[in-house]
Design a protein around this ligand. Structure first.
Ligand code: AMP
Ligand code: ZN
Length: 132
């Protein structure tokens, strides 16, 4: 089956590049289940396992990038695509006009725990400012 072959090739590429221990790479490879809400050629979006708001999604590129600090100019379009996907998902879930928050956490003081870049999309309650 084509999908099995692609999955195997992807797994081999992951272990070659040392990313097989990355949680989000493993979710993208289908090795760990997640509540997917969107998938396309460049990114996936799934429900956060520990939601901090009624809607809490993670928009995750298929390309492994550890954090914002590792972005290069060639990733500019990818980040734009992630932001537009967040807006589209907020709209689909009914929060376009009520409002929502999009967050990239970077390194320890911001609380980054998974070092594969991801955009949090939070909505469905009043979100305090300044953030905690
Ligand atoms: P951060 O702290 O910004 O790195 O965000 C990582 C997020 O990933 C946290 O909000 C976690 O709750 C979430 N998370 C961790 N493991 C999983 C998982 N297996 N499926 C979905 N979300 C997860
Ligand atoms: Zn990764």
């Amino acid at each position: 089956m084509v999908s099995v072959a692609i999955c195997r090739e992807f797994r081999e590429r992951l272990s070659f590049s040392g990313m097989s221990d990355c949680l989000f790479c493993r979710i993208i490879a289908g090795q760990i289940p997640a509540a997917m809400v969107h998938q396309d050629d460049t990114l996936v979006a799934f429900k956060d396992i520990n939601p901090q708001a009624p809607l809490h999604l993670l928009i995750v590129p298929k390309k492994h990038i550890a954090s914002l600090n590792e972005l290069s100019p060639e990733d500019d379009a990818l980040i734009g695509t992630m932001m537009r996907r967040a807006a589209a998902l907020a709209k689909v879930h009914g929060y376009r006009d009520r409002g929502y928050r999009t967050v990239f956490n970077t390194n320890s003081e911001a609380g980054q725990t998974v070092f594969h870049i991801h955009l949090h999309l939070l909505a469905g309650r009043g979100l305090g400012w300044p953030p905690g």
